[in-house]
Design a protein around this ligand. Structure first.
Ligand SMILES: [Zn+2]
Length: 339
């Protein structure tokens, strides 16, 4: 299990010390009973409190949460309710835990205890944001674009088809320095547009460099570290050294994604990290998807805009899957097979 460092404190998943937590507003109105007090890591709590003020001002909606920081015992409770050791899962959802394979027998997906972003106090489950797979929920459609500006991402939620599950990504939080991040993103996309358009209707995906412990490829390592940071698995430096921490976080990512756990960031591991990215997404996973789609330099800005969509449709045609720029399970499976 990996360790997170935040403001000089080190802790494990499910054991976030109260000194790095803050309470979500409005106090006393959260949870299914409407009375619980909800906590997140300080930066995530500050962002959430800002974000729901913006949502209220922009849409009139009052958001509350029914999931937040989750202790290891709570994660185990969820997991044991829904998964059985050695069971066949009608959902095809299997997880490795405690030395065995467990199949989900009921309820929504739950992370393997010790690997949930709730255990890092970086995830919320938003009340009334639609049920499993209900991505068109009207409240969500209005509120999510505002939440996204404040660093709340749904890539992980899309992976498990849960519209209510959002993860805070500090690198994508434009709320604290409103405006600037967006402008930079747009000029990057414009630079890419100025390049001559290729006529080909298909585009072979570009394979990012394979990384492992000791690899010296600063740009690639930095990109991968930012993916793991966005996944809540890594809080170390993003300085381009592939050390022990990054190796452990990579293994945690592989375990959570049901990949071979070897600490080597090859094509399968890279490609799995883009699952759930779509037009409008932001963040580290988008940067990986941009690299795979052959973008370079300032065009790799972590914002899935029109250039991103056009490029990915060509890659999808090459892969032989629906060309919609939504990087769902079919696209990722085809990438792993052919890319
Ligand atoms: Zn959740």
């Amino acid at each position: 299990m990996t360790t997170m460092r935040f403001r000089g404190r080190s802790y494990r998943n499910g054991c976030v010390p109260s000194s790095v937590l803050d309470e979500l507003q409005p106090s006393g109105r959260h949870g299914t009973d409407g009375r619980s007090r909800a906590f997140l890591r300080k930066d995530a709590a500050a962002s959430w409190n800002r974000a729901i003020d913006d949502v209220r001002a922009g849409t009139g909606l009052q958001l509350t949460v029914r999931g937040w920081n989750r202790s290891l015992a709570e994660q185990q409770g969820f997991f044991l309710q829904r998964y059985r050791r050695g069971a066949r899962s009608p959902f095809g959802d299997y997880r490795r835990y405690d030395g065995s394979t467990w199949g989900r027998v009921g309820g929504a997906a739950a992370a393997v205890p010790g690997y949930s972003n709730h255990g890092w106090a970086l995830a919320v489950d938003v009340q009334d944001f639609g049920g499993v797979g209900e991505w068109g929920n009207a409240r969500r459609a209005k509120a999510f674009p505002i939440l996204r500006e404040h660093g709340w991402t749904d890539v992980e939620g899309r992976r498990v088809n849960e519209p209510w599950h959002l993860v805070y990504c500090p690198g994508d939080d434009h709320g604290a320095r409103r405006g600037r991040g967006r402008a930079a993103g747009r000029s990057g996309a414009r630079a890419a547009l100025r390049r001559p358009l290729r006529r080909a209707t298909t585009l072979r995906p570009h394979r990012p460099p394979t990384l492992r412990r000791g690899t010296r490829r600063p740009a690639g390592v930095r990109l991968w570290a930012s993916v793991l940071a966005a996944e809540g698995l890594y809080a170390g430096e993003l300085g381009g050294r592939f050390g022990e921490d990054l190796d452990a976080a990579t293994r945690a990512f592989q375990e959570r994604s049901h990949l071979l756990v070897d600490g080597i960031v090859g094509p399968k591991t890279w490609y799995t990290s883009v699952l759930g990215v779509e037009p409008g997404s932001r963040g580290a996973a988008v940067r990986v998807a941009q690299v795979v789609a052959g973008l370079r330099g300032a065009a790799v800005d972590g914002v899935a805009g029109s250039v991103f969509a056009a490029r990915w449709k060509r890659v999808q045609r090459w892969l032989g899957v629906a060309a919609d720029a939504h990087l769902g399970p079919r696209t990722v499976a085809a990438l792993v097979r052919k890319g």
